[in-house]
Design a protein around this ligand. Structure first.
Ligand code: 28G
Length: 655
């Protein structure tokens, strides 16, 4: 799913204290087991799946070098993962310096990939680029086979140490390729269960970005048996089609161009839809550059220039009209920009911002030429596109006027915070939190039960506008949304300023039912579309109210004779435990909504810093998130129905 809620703030983010005794000379692969997060990002689900991507990337590199066309990924019954490619196979000859077979060096020496000098691959992917050896160290079992020169060579490992020599185990005729099987180590990972849909999303994306490569995914586990094949001759052109599957395109052709020179490649595909949102996914060497970078800047500048120039030339804009802004030109646009280069520099907080300066002018030049040419060659489609941009411009003007009005109102009004907000007394945003609470009755309990110093409450009354289907000015006329924007203090859209945010925890507190999930989704849609930084910077959370209260006897002390449980599974386990202890029949209350809890219970179970569980909302995958919001909130009913049917079990948590 798109929103990875597994990231809970832990000591890692808080920064552990270092002292001299902890400083040591790090060598070999030991440090990888000591600090796995440094190499694969985390030991949660993200890091676990990252291991698969790391191995698959080696096959993709072989494909980009022109020697591999087929990659098969299999999740086995025991949660081990197998990757098979039909490349040239891993070399097994003796490494000149290490005096060990190349295969053993690749699998057991950190960053071995880069140490071969000279003959390295032209472009190389991989988010951390740490290679197979890191995955090897984090696996309690690993096996590598190389098919080369008619023989099958094999070596096995455990926790990064070889458990056999490189041996010939059979013949393979003219077949060549590489097979890797690994089983993640339970001592390292929080959980070792792979998610089919997480792997599917990533492998599909990889297939879109590397046209012609065929990638398959097979799940052999128990009742989950599944298979998917991802193979797109049209590459990112088909990616745009896929992204727009549930949207309404306003012109038939996908604008597509690519350009290759020696060490730089750019490939772009785009199409306008009638939606209000802009979806631009940018990649450098197959890595999703979430923070953008030079390639994205080059694209945006050129698109604005090309559209304005054409609009003038075609007399769709007049000489003394104001030029269309970039934002107007990108409304409703779905675009994929993929660049490949030899020495990518990744910057930014999450190392997903491309820094190579020459990419800017390269993408700019290629885009200006090609977009202008498309518009000239397709005047009918050009007209539809430019009319859409002009409409966006007018709507934005109207929204600006509406905003000016509200701003003037708040400037005159001394008590400018919304009336429904019960604010906290703390002024430091880092120490303050705001609960967005569904319903007035729960809002009342929350106001009564809260910590007045640090917790603010904003009850939501009435419906939340579905921003997916509303224009910006209509959105700004919604009272609920206005209240929220005013309470947060950080503005919206192009005037958004994260520095002014008044609370560093925005906690959505809704019922644990379908309606609650729906309200949460509406709120997340609003944040995702209009204040994405709130989510990106990790300020948005979902509260986890309990589903059951279980009492034995008086039920006075939590953990002794009173329990709250948060899932059916947890409840079952508790009841089984109590039965095993031979306790008297417990009294069970099922909470249908937050409103059923009194102030004290709400505090104790959901708001108290010491007892509560908050789930941080993070966007793992912008492309998937956009699709989910479009599907859930957009106009087309059948895909929404299908999505909800297929994901009914996720409905309470995953979005
Ligand atoms: C199945 C799962 C993962 C791989 C190859 C093929 C070669 C290779 C791999 O060479 C040395 C370092 C970087 C080029 C290269 C074979 C040249 C000639 C290869 C894989 C040399 C390693 N013949 N296929 N490594 N490289 N597949 N799949 O790991 O510069 S790894």
């Amino acid at each position: 799913m798109a929103l990875d809620e597994s990231k809970k703030p832990g000591p890692e983010q808080g920064g552990e204290e270092y002292n001299a005794s902890q400083i040591q000379v790090l060598e070999g692969l030991d440090p990888v087991r000591k600090r796995p997060g440094m190499y694969i990002g985390s030991t949660g689900p993200r890091g676990l799946h990252h291991c698969v991507y790391e191995i698959v990337d080696n096959s993709v590199d072989e494909a980009l070098a022109g020697f591999c066309t087929n990659i098969q990924v299999t999740i086995h019954e025991d949660n081990s993962v197998e990757v098979l490619d039909n490349g040239r196979g891993m070399p097994v000859d003796e490494h000149p310096k290490m005096h060990k077979p190349a295969m053993e060096v690749i699998m057991t020496v950190l960053h071995a990939g880069g140490k071969f000098g000279g003959g390295g691959y032209k472009v190389s992917g991989g988010l951390h680029g740490v290679g197979a050896s890191v995955v090897n160290v984090l696996s309690d079992f690993m096996q590598v086979e190389s098919m080369r020169g008619g023989k099958i060579y094999r070596q096995t490992y455990s926790k990064g140490k070889k458990t056999s020599e490189v041996e010939v185990v059979g013949d393979c005729g003219r077949q060549t390729g590489c097979r890797v099987i690994f089983h993640p180590d339970k001592e390292i990972f929080d959980e070792i269960e792979f998610s089919y849909s997480t792997l599917e999303t990533h492998l599909r994306e990889t297939a879109f970005l590397n046209k012609g490569i065929k990638i398959s995914l097979t799940d052999e586990r128990g009742d989950k048996k599944k298979k998917g094949v991802y193979h797109y001759e049209g590459g990112i052109k088909e990616y745009v089609k896929f992204q727009n599957a549930n949207k309404q395109p306003i012109h038939p052709d996908i604008i597509y161009y690519e350009y290759k020179k020696k060490d730089q490649e750019v490939e772009v595909a785009m199409q306008y839809t009638d939606s209000y949102t802009e979806v631009i996914l940018s990649y450098a060497n197959n890595i999703n550059t979430v923070e953008g970078g030079t390639h994205l800047v080059g694209f945006k500048t050129a698109l604005t220039r090309a559209v304005n120039n054409y609009a003038l030339k075609a007399k769709l804009l007049k000489e003394n009209d104001e030029p269309l802004s970039g934002e107007d030109i990108r409304e409703g646009l779905t675009a994929i920009i993929s660049v490949k280069l030899t020495e990518p520099q990744f910057e930014g907080q999450t190392k997903t911002k491309l820094g190579n300066m020459d990419m800017r002018s390269f993408v700019d030049q290629v885009t200006t030429e090609n977009v202008f040419a498309f518009l000239e060659e397709n005047p009918a489609q050009a007209r539809v596109i430019i009319e859409k941009c002009i409409k966006a411009y007018r709507a934005r003007e109207a929204a600006r006027k509406a905003r000016d009005l509200t701003r003037r109102k708040t400037a005159l009004d001394s008590t400018s915070l919304p009336g429904k907000l019960a604010d906290c007394s703390e002024k430091d945003p880092a120490l303050s939190e705001i609960f967005i609470v569904e319903g007035d009755s729960a809002g009342g309990s929350a106001k009564e039960g809260r910590d007045r110093k640090r917790q603010a409450i904003l009850p939501l009354r009435g419906k939340i506008l579905n921003v997916e289907k509303a224009s910006a000015d209509r959105m700004l006329r919604s009272d609920t949304i206005k209240d929220m924007i005013t309470a947060f203090g950080c503005g919206i859209g192009s005037e958004f300023n994260i520095e002014k945010l008044r609370y560093h925890k925005i906690i959505i507190m809704t019922d644990a039912d379908v309606d609650g999930a729906h309200i949460r989704t509406l709120l997340l849609t609003l944040f995702f579309r209009h204040m994405p930084k709130l989510i990106e910077e990790g300020y948005v959370y979902a509260a986890q109210p309990p589903l059951f209260r279980v009492k034995v006897g008086k039920g006075e002390k939590v953990g002794k004779d009173l329990w709250y449980t948060y899932s059916d599974k947890e409840q079952e386990k508790l009841l089984a435990d109590l039965a095993a202890q031979g306790k008297t029949k417990p009294e069970i209350q099922r909470y249908k909504g937050l409103g059923e809890m009194d102030a004290e219970q709400l505090w104790e179970t959901t708001m108290d810093y010491n007892n509560r569980t908050l789930v941080q909302i993070t966007v793992d995958d912008m492309a998937a998130a956009d699709q989910i919001f479009t599907t859930l909130m957009g106009d087309k009913v059948p895909p929404r129905k299908k999505f909800i049917e297929e994901n009914a079990h996720y409905a309470t948590l995953d979005v």
